[in-house]
Design a protein around this ligand. Structure first.
Ligand code: FES
Ligand code: FE2
Length: 395
């Protein structure tokens, strides 16, 4: 059965699945995409266990190459990640239990050390090997049921093109399903409420709320652009009073997220032709194209399993020479890394981890969430066999 097209394998209960089942959005993530799994600096010669889309994988390097194999020895089930690379330069990993040794590229058994050099089982057994790449300081792995697409096909330009841009990454694990984190991104209006106390926005004008949200499909099944118009920055609520209640400290000139200048006239649009300020993209990320076009944040929800999501904040700057690069890095490490990737994202983490899944009563602010769910389920890449099953099922 097509794995993206069934919910039967999930351990989440029925109520938790209900909002996603009708759109065919799987609990363990969309297969057949590249996802980041770890910063490249965290993977060396010592085998490293990771989980991605509920599959256990061991990563290791040898002779300058990176390998990703299924993290289970087919002999008697030991984790290969507890083993070691005993034959430097061979690109192999040896199981710690009886020394079965696997080729990192093909996954084939190349020696069964305790069986002796002439073991007939050699090359008759293999573990699954995964396409793996190092790019923009991250390790990317393709989990799927088809030949991998080029990595660059799945990356926003700001990450794909490391000649024009450079990236700094910070990540954090959320105790939450990946879908709850992505639902947080297509302009569901949590921003003006949840983040009104974040240091990044504290002194800036209130973000508009009560907006009408519109969505536009992006070309090539990439995702949707999300725009909001006609917002208010304060309101009177019968019997309660006004919101926000106290605004005297919001005295700074609008900048960054607080800037109200229309994106149509922004430098990003004029100079670089960036079409949209906010995009939610497959397999599960938000691309925030800033007003200047010099910087872009990509937040990427990597599904670990049904109850854990790795959230990557991938900060990307356009390269403008050494001095400007030093300034951008200093600004990140002295301010933005803490103010946004730590504190601002920490507010989102608290919300997403605090969700109690079940029936929903959606309202005006959820137009982007509904559009995303519909789009993602209908446009996610599927292996050819899965796609034909899906169309037969729909016929
Ligand atoms: S379990 Fe791996 S070699 Fe025996
Ligand atoms: Fe947020």
């Amino acid at each position: 059965m097509a794995r993206n097209d069934t919910m039967a394998q999930t351990g989440l209960d029925d109520a938790a699945e209900a909002p996603y089942r009708r759109f065919n959005i799987p609990a363990n993530g969309f297969r057949n995409y590249w996802n980041p799994i770890l910063p490249a600096a965290e993977v060396g010669r010592k085998p490293k266990p990771v989980r991605l889309l509920n599959e256990d994988i061991v990563l290791f390097r040898d002779a300058g190459k990176l390998f990703a194999l299924e993290d289970r020895c087919p002999h008697r089930g030991m984790k290969l990640s507890l083993g070691s690379c005993d034959y430097a330069g061979s690109g192999t990993i040896s199981c710690p239990y009886h020394g079965w040794t696997f080729d990192g590229a093909s996954g084939q058994l190349v020696a069964a050390l305790m069986d002796g050099p002439d073991s007939p089982i050699v090359r008759k057994v293999a573990v699954k090997s995964y396409p793996v790449r190092e790019h923009a300081g991250l390790i990317w792995v393709f989990v799927g049921d088809m030949a991998p697409v080029p990595l660059e096909d799945d990356l926003p330009e700001f990450i794909a093109d490391q000649v024009t841009f450079f990236s700094i990454v910070r990540y954090c694990d959320y105790k939450a399903n990946w879908r709850w984190l992505v639902d947080n991104w297509p302009h569901d209006h949590h921003g003006p409420y949840v983040h009104r106390t974040s240091p990044e926005l504290l002194f800036q004008p209130m973000l508009p709320f009560g907006m009408t949200v519109t969505t536009t499909p992006l070309p090539n099944d990439k995702g949707i652009a999300v725009d909001g118009v006609n917002g208010i920055t304060s309101g009177d609520y019968a019997g309660l009073g006004t919101f926000p209640r106290n605004n005297w400290w919001r005295c700074m000139t609008p900048a960054g997220r607080g800037k109200t200048e229309g994106f149509e006239t922004s430098a990003a649009r004029r100079r670089y032709g960036i079409q949209h300020q906010f995009e939610t993209r497959l397999p599960g990320m938000v691309v925030v194209g800033r007003q200047s076009g010099e910087y872009c944040l990509v937040q990427w929800a990597t599904p670990i399993d049904e109850t854990t999501t790795r959230c990557f904040n991938i900060n990307n700057w356009r390269r403008h020479g050494t001095l400007r690069g030093l300034y951008d890095r200093a600004h990140y490490y002295l301010w933005r890394g803490w103010a946004h990737d730590g504190t601002f994202s920490g507010q989102d983490k608290r919300m997403v981890e605090g969700l109690v899944p079940g029936p929903e009563r959606l309202s005006k602010t959820d137009a982007g969430v509904i559009a995303w769910r519909k789009y993602a389920g209908a446009h996610a890449r599927r292996a050819p066999e899965q796609d034909s099953l899906r169309h037969r099922g729909a016929a």
